[in-house]
Structure formats: C-alpha cells, structure tokens
Design a protein around this ligand. Structure first.
Ligand code: BEZ
Length: 250
C-alpha cells in the first residue's frame, strides 16, 4: 500500500476500474449480513464499499491515498486515511474486507496483527490480492530493462506475492483459523500496458529522470508486446489472485 498515496483517483478511475469490476467473487466470499460492521481495507475510491453498504451493513473504509478517501467520503461512506500497518481499531468489526491491496504491504505480519486487533472475537478476514507468480511477465520485463540499463541502478520490486502455504502459516501463527485459501490464475484484460505502468509502476522509476522514466516504460512495453498482446484480445496481464477467508480465534 505504500505507493498508493501517490495515486491519482481520476487516472485510476479511467484505466483501472477492472480492479473493482472483477471483485464480485470476493464480496460473495465476504457474504455480508444485515447490520454487520465491516472494514474495507484499501477502499480505493469506494466502489466496493458502496456495494457492501447496499447490503444493509455499515462500512468504514480506509486507504492511504488522500484523493481516494475524498472520493469515498463524497459517496457517503465513513472513510479515513490510514495504512494497513497502522490501523487504530480494536474489537470493532464483524469482518475485515480487502481487495487488491495487500501485495503493496511489505510488513504483512504487522498488518495481520492490526487486522486481528480490529476484528471482534470470531470476526472474519476476507481478502484477495496478488499471489505467487502474479504479473511475472511484467516483473521479468521490468527486471530485463533494469539489467539493460545499469545507470538505472537496482530494480526494487515493491510487491509481495506470497505462496498460499506461506500466507496460511502467517495467519495461523497470528491468531487466525484459515477456512479457505487458494491461488487463482486470473488473466486480466487491461487497456494499454502504458497506462498500467503509469498508474502502478511510477514508484519503481521515481528516482530516474523524466526521459529515462519514459524510456523504461516504452522498453518494458516492447518486451511485453509479443508475450501478452494480441490483435484479437488486446493486452492481457498475467494476474494470479490469492483469495482467503480466515476467522479470528477467540
Ligand atoms: C495486482 O492487483 O495484482 C497488482 C496491481 C498493481 C500492481 C501490482 C499488482
């Protein structure tokens, strides 16, 4: 989540609305019940918070991005600027819900502990995010461009895409009973990869000059084109989701 404070809500809305459009299976897994109080962790512009509140629940939403929180509040959702590792809630929620966020959180153990503290006893944690193997074509292409340009320095991959066994153990070691956890390959149609890189990969090249940043994106695009683009289907990113449902013990 550390890069999300740099995101622009308008750009995100234009080119990344697939993120919330594809989230219905996670809402099904959440299975919200009337009058439940639910935390939406990493709410973005509040699209899913609205859907969950329509089911007669009360949603509190948090995100690191000030512009996203403004948009979420404008939709009538109670929302706060807050990171996953600095949640301040204690025994407040029937469920914590998180879509497409936790791969941005490097300190997963702290985030899981904060989620645990935020939940009521027996509360549930439902999440989906990038799992092991996620966007491998993309990260390999980024690594290749860094290798070809020693002047760029080292490629620092900002994402954490855990294996199912690794994340299950992390949850179990921190007070959760894991009911369901699966890695789900989900090839995902995106518009031009240039827009994806503009939204999600700026932090990787923020130390470079503007021309180098543009060169980086063009070269990544050239490497990826024969691999993930076709006339018929357009750009298809090799997403792999880690989807889970776990209960707070006690
Ligand atoms: C994802 O949802 O898998 C993802 C989105 C942006 C950057 C990296 C991964």
């Amino acid at each position: 989540m550390k890069e999300s404070n740099k995101w622009n809500a308008n750009e995100y809305n234009k080119h990344a609305d697939f993120v919330s459009n594809l989230a219905m299976p996670v809402i099904d897994l959440l299975d919200p019940k009337e009058n439940e109080i639910i935390l939406d962790l990493g709410c973005g512009e509040g699209t899913l918070a609205i859907e969950i509140e329509k089911l007669n629940t009360k949603v509190i939403a948090v995100d690191l991005s000030v512009s996203m929180i403004k948009k979420t509040k404008a939709k009538g959702i109670e929302a706060y600027v807050m990171s996953a590792t600095q949640l301040t809630f204690e025994n407040e929620f029937d469920a914590v819900f998180s879509n497409a966020v936790l791969h941005w959180v490097n300190d997963s153990k702290t985030a899981i502990n904060k989620i645990h503290t935020a939940l009521k006893g027996n509360g549930r944690f439902i999440a989906e995010f990038g799992g092991y193997g996620n966007i491998k074509y993309l990260t390999d292409a980024m690594q290749e461009v860094f290798n070809n340009h020693p002047e760029y320095g080292q490629f620092n991959n900002p994402w954490y895409f855990p294996k199912k066994t690794e994340y299950k153990k992390l949850l179990e070691n921190n007070g959760f009973n894991v009911k369901y956890i699966e890695l789900i390959p989900r090839p995902t149609k995106i518009d031009d990869i240039r827009n994806w890189l503009d939204i999600f990969a700026n932090g990787i090249v923020s130390h470079l000059k503007q021309e180098q940043q543009s060169q980086f994106k063009e070269e990544v695009r050239e490497i990826l084109k024969p691999k993930i683009y076709s006339e018929k289907d357009g750009w298809i990113a090799d997403y792999v989701r880690l989807r889970l449902k776990a209960y707070k013990i006690g």
